[in-house]
Structure formats: structure tokens, C-alpha cells
Design a protein around this ligand. Sequence first.
Ligand SMILES: O=C[C@H](O)COP(=O)(O)O
Ligand SMILES: CC(=O)C(=O)O
Length: 205
Amino acid sequence: MLEQKLAASRVLPVVTARDVDSTVALARALEKGGMTAIEITLRTPAALDAIVAVREELPGLLVAAGTVNTPEEVARVVDAGVELALSPGATPALLQAAADAPLDFVPGVASSSDIMQAQAHGFELLKLFPAVTLGGKGMLKALGGPFPDVKFCPTGGLNPDNFRDFLALPNVVCCGGSWMVASSLVDNGRWDEIETLAREAMSEQ
Ligand SMILES: O=C[C@H](O)COP(=O)(O)O
Ligand SMILES: CC(=O)C(=O)O
């Protein structure tokens, strides 16, 4: 079940794929560090090929597509075999296309109205983005009142010093973040460092 898989992942690394080879090497370092899932965003021309390659090379990793913002992009990631997609926000057309498609979808939300719109399409596990800018832990606690059944994957502004406080909230399933996949690390092939950052993120303390 999606919620359990994402809870086990703790942290979902949000990756911008520069090219296929470096993304496979990056994913391998994250998996060696103990991570079980990766979100590869559709923000670059290499993204879809990178998603396909990472799924082939690392079959044990849950490979999600991120920045899936339109119905057309939902169709493209389904064609690529993707089983989980996420977005930073949502439109009614995107929510309907994702609800109709054979994949799990985590829509992005930034307000109570966004949450209600996502719920109207059957989604209860949502990405709060950009989480820290919107209000961080205080916002998540407040949203727990009117939306007791909704769970979140806060993303945007999380870092090694604050993500454990987010994970401790009862309505947080996992955290999205890019600190362990920074372009300064990827561009210089610092795979050992990435593996170490991944291992630290996966440790309870
Ligand atoms: O677009 C931003 C990423 O989705 C994650 O945010 P971050 O770089 O603040 O961790
Ligand atoms: C913001 C984010 O994580 C996404 O583009 O899916």
C-alpha cells in the first residue's frame, strides 16, 4: 500500500535528472545509503529516460515521477511504466486524469481549498509544497484539525536539521527533500558523500 511504502522510505529524494548515467549513479548511491524510493522530476529533457533506466537498473527502488503537472504528463509517465507520480500543485484536469490512470498519485497542495479539491477526487495522501515557506510544522498541526484523515509528504525547505521534527507529526508520512542530491554533489560525482547523506537521513537519530 502506498502510505506504507512511503512511510518506509522516510525521505523521498527529489531529483533533477541532468542525464541518464549520472541519475542512475545517483540512484545507486541513494540505495546503497539505505533509501528505498526516489522522485525523479519531469523538469529536464533527460527525466523520462532516466526514470526508465533507474527502474531497469535498480528494480528494488520505488521510482516515482515528480513535477507531473498535466494530464499529458500523467499519460507519458504511465507509458514509461511509472507506478507513482507526484505534483507540486494540482488542477481539476490533472486530478481527474490521475484518478483515472493506473498509477498512484500524490497531488501537491498549499491550502485548505487545495486539500478539499484533492479529496473530492479521492486523494488523501498529499504533498504539502513548499512546506516550510507555507508554515511548516505549525501549518501541518493546524491542518490536522479539519482534515483528520489526510496525510502529508511535506516538501520544500526541509533539511537534515528539521526533517525529523516533521516526521514525528502524526499526519506526516514521509518528507521530500533535495539536500542529499544537491547539484554540487551530483555534478562532481560525489557518490560516497551522497551515500553518507542518504544513510544519515535513514537513521532514526
Ligand atoms: O523544488 C524543490 C524540491 O521539490 C524540493 O525542495 P527543497 O530543494 O527545498 O528540498
Ligand atoms: C515540488 C516537487 O516536489 C515536484 O515538483 O513534484
